[in-house]
Write a protein that binds this ligand. Sequence first.
Ligand code: TYD
Ligand code: MG
Length: 456
Amino acid sequence: MKANKTRFYCTACGNELAKWAGKCPACGAWNTIEEVPAAPTVAGGGRAATVAGGVPRSQPKRLRELDAGAELRFSTGLGEFDRVLGGGAVRGSLVLVGGSPGIGKSTLLLQMCARLPKGETVLYITGEESQRQLKLRAQRLQVETDELFVLAETQLDQALDAIGSLSPSVVILDSIQTLYRGDMTAAPGSVSQVKECTMAIMQLAKLQGFTAFIVGHVNKDGAIAGPKVLEHMVDCVLYFEGERSMSYRLLRGVKNRFGSTNEIGVFEMTDRGLREVENPSEMLLSGRPENVSGTCVTCVMEGTRPLLAEIQALATPTGFAAGRRNANGLDYNRALLLLAVLEKWGGMALGSCDVYINVIGGLDLDEPAADLAAVLAIASSFRDRPIGPKVAAVGEVGLAGEVRSVAALNQRLGEIARLGFSQCVIPAHARDELRPPKGLQLIPVRSIREAVEALL
Ligand code: TYD
Ligand code: MG
């Protein structure tokens, strides 16, 4: 048995030291080192965790013996929000909601408060608005609940005290950039403040078991001290995106310890707050021009959800020596590649054209499955011949002008058929067995030349 020696631990980060120090060398926190007499070593593989300096010390256990328990989830009351979280929020977890200012983060979380299941006490800590302002917003959003407490506070200690005395089951921090620790010299919103405050909230959350929703603003240039520096600390990272000028908003999961990522939730900003959009494909296609050249519809997978998107292209003779290129919603380099493929294998002299590509609805298409539709939209504009309004296209385009198979083709075809399309161009070599939906005629193509010939 080892001799019982006194040990020193940092209560902030759990770092073990040989001797006492004023400042923890690991996390840099002051006055957090505590002296703890070492617990006697338990003989015979004891399982009891010994607590040293407030940091539970756990013992290695066989994976097989671990108790998974039920992941305790609760619904946020907003189906689209639940979906991105992986089927509801997990108790004791930290969820970071990032997004540019004014996109609707506060609105989303305030609306969630009204929809939470009965018995969930919420503490809304706001550092950006006064209690009165929040009340006015709540009135406008018709948020009426007895379980919501509002604290206008920017001092971390005060906020922690309030959480400690109220013991809420949900804490909303709006925003992490306004919260600060008084004993640190760094300005609120700086990297160290943001990290320290999140760490403190996280520790309390694990201790008390509340779920914390932390709002983080992403600033335009590089997200300095924004949610990026916190991504590794929290359990879920969600980004709220959208064009401010357009009414719909996408809630995108980029990290989730309790579910799949890349799920999206779709909302629409109305004068009464956010409204869930259950049929986003329909919304994204609304107002689509018919019988004009330069537009083609495709289907992309956002997480497990197929979404229809319209790609528009405009190819016009250039006034410059070399044509200008612009891509919005499609990766610029991918667009250049597709133009080169179309020029070489489609035989279109696009070098003398300015080409603009735009994905309607502010969607970012980062999936190769959208290639074929982009190529067809450009070709349609170049030849000035419209593609039929009930035609969609799905497929990846290779450098040799071939059309390649994509994943989840059946699911995509299902969504395309559901929205009333009658024809779909697909890769001739489909990866899995095709189950074409009723009423949808498939047009298998091997190359972009075949696709252009079939449609234009
Ligand atoms: P907000 O939730 O304050 O954004 P964030 O917290 O992300 O900074 O949203 C503010 C925007 O939303 C503002 O431009 C006005 C708009 N809005 C509506 O259109 N309808 C509403 O009912 C509300 C509350 C806000
Ligand atoms: Mg806000």
